[in-house]
Design a protein around this ligand. Structure first.
Ligand SMILES: [Zn+2]
Ligand SMILES: [Zn+2]
Length: 174
């Protein structure tokens, strides 16, 4: 079992999961490479209600190449990505696996945007591999079992954390 407690590089922002993630994705898209500074992003996808953020975060909204809005939240002190949400996956939240720095993190179920994969990056056996994201290909969209609705209190608490002081950072890319 992986640890359910994570934090940013400087420790000012803590994340806590209510349970182990059901979906782990590796994504080779250009945005994940730039966001993470790594050849691919590895994210745990959870229901928003299953994650608590403590500490102030800033947000950066941008459009994917398909015109879909993504919002990244990051620590204003050290810059670590804390989470991101995609308009295509309402009610879900993605957390970089790196916040936990835990070798027991489950392996990815999906490897997406493989058209941007560095040739030397290997993908674990059994992972669903897609050249891009969803786009009509089965398995591309994150699917979590419904049943636990995203709690409004968690949502508004997270929104409040994001809205302080750093609005000027938020901008739309065209
Ligand atoms: Zn930090
Ligand atoms: Zn990506």
């Amino acid at each position: 079992m992986m640890t359910l407690d994570g934090h940013c590089l400087c420790g000012a922002v803590q994340v806590q999961l209510a349970r182990e993630p059901q979906v782990v994705n590796m994504c080779h898209c250009a945005d994940c490479q730039r966001r993470s500074g790594s050849p691919f992003g590895m994210a745990l996808w959870l229901l928003e209600a299953d994650m608590t953020i403590t500490g102030e975060t800033c947000e950066f909204a941008h459009d994917s190449d398909k015109g879909r809005t993504l919002i990244n939240r990051f620590c204003p002190t050290c810059g670590s990505t804390i989470c991101f949400t995609a308009a295509i996956n309402p009610g879900l939240i993605a957390i970089p696996a790196g916040l936990f720095a835990d070798p027991n993190t489950p392996p990815p179920l999906r490897s997406v945007f493989e058209e941007r994969r560095h040739s030397w990056v290997t993908v674990p056996d059994g992972a669903v591999r897609l050249p891009r994201g969803r786009d009509g290909q089965a398995g591309g969209r994150v699917a979590l079992k419904a049943g636990v609705a995203s709690s409004p209190s968690v949502r508004s608490a997270n929104a409040a954390l994001c809205s302080r002081q750093c609005r000027s950072v938020k901008r739309k890319l065209r």
